[in-house]
Design a protein around this ligand. Structure first.
Ligand SMILES: [Zn+2]
Length: 233
């Protein structure tokens, strides 16, 4: 043990905690809040900090994002605190941590942008659905409904935007592209074929037409009928 090693750098948790408890100098506490090895020790020192200049400096320039958030929370200057929350919320990190910070942001339109950013950059369906619940900004929802890479999420956003009613023109939603055709079979022909593996198949080719818009599409149905064990001998 070096003679000059401060007690708060000890490996003994009890010693560290006691040293911070006895510490009164704001400058020293600031050093511990920045440099202590253990998160709880940085937190303990931060809790004793009241000097607004020091807190602002840690909030702006600290290395530990969670400590920066806590320092910002102790700031009297709310606009600076909000700026720090906004900066931290933009940095890619764990979704839980980002959401926790976004919750502290009071600017509703910035909040919506950040929810959208997390929505776009995360592919966990549970998180996406949670975020879609939080999204209320019509231009953001429209952008997702029109441009998002995944058709299902485009449809979800469209339904949220239109209160469950797609904007239908003909049979196709003009926003998200979801199609609602009322197809009816207008022609059907079948023939039998033998599959290379010996299955007899009935292949039916159907022509379908939408009752509403008249669009025509084809469908092929293969019905396997059985296996001929003599085949290929
Ligand atoms: Zn739609």
């Amino acid at each position: 043990m070096g003679l000059f090693k401060p007690k708060w750098l000890s490996n003994n948790d009890e010693k560290v905690s006691k040293a911070i408890n006895e510490m009164n100098s704001q400058t020293k506490l600031a050093r511990v809040a920045r440099q202590a090895r253990q998160y709880w020790a940085r937190e303990q020192a931060l809790n004793k900090l009241t000097d607004q200049k020091i807190l602002a400096d840690i909030a702006k320039n600290g290395e530990d994002a969670a400590i920066r958030v806590q320092a910002a929370e102790k700031l009297i200057d709310q606009s600076l605190a909000q700026k720090i929350f906004a900066d931290l919320a933009k940095v890619p990190s764990s979704v839980d941590f980002r959401l926790q910070i976004v919750d502290k942001i009071t600017d509703q339109s910035l909040k919506q942008e950040l929810f959208a950013d997390i929505f776009r950059n995360n592919d966990d369906p549970n998180i996406r659905s949670k975020l879609l619940d939080k999204l209320t900004d019509k231009s953001i929802l429209t952008d997702i409904a029109v441009n998002f890479s995944n058709d299902d999420w485009r449809r979800h956003a469209c339904l949220k935007l239109t209160n469950g009613e797609h904007i239908i023109e003909g049979c196709i939603c003009t926003l998200c592209g979801t199609a609602y055709h009322k197809f009816k079979v207008i022609d059907s022909s079948s023939h039998n074929e033998r599959h290379i593996n010996g299955y007899d198949m009935t292949i039916t080719n159907k022509t379908l037409k939408c009752d509403n818009c008249g669009i025509i599409t084809a469908e092929k149905v293969i019905d396997y009928q059985g296996y001929d064990s003599d085949y290929n001998r």
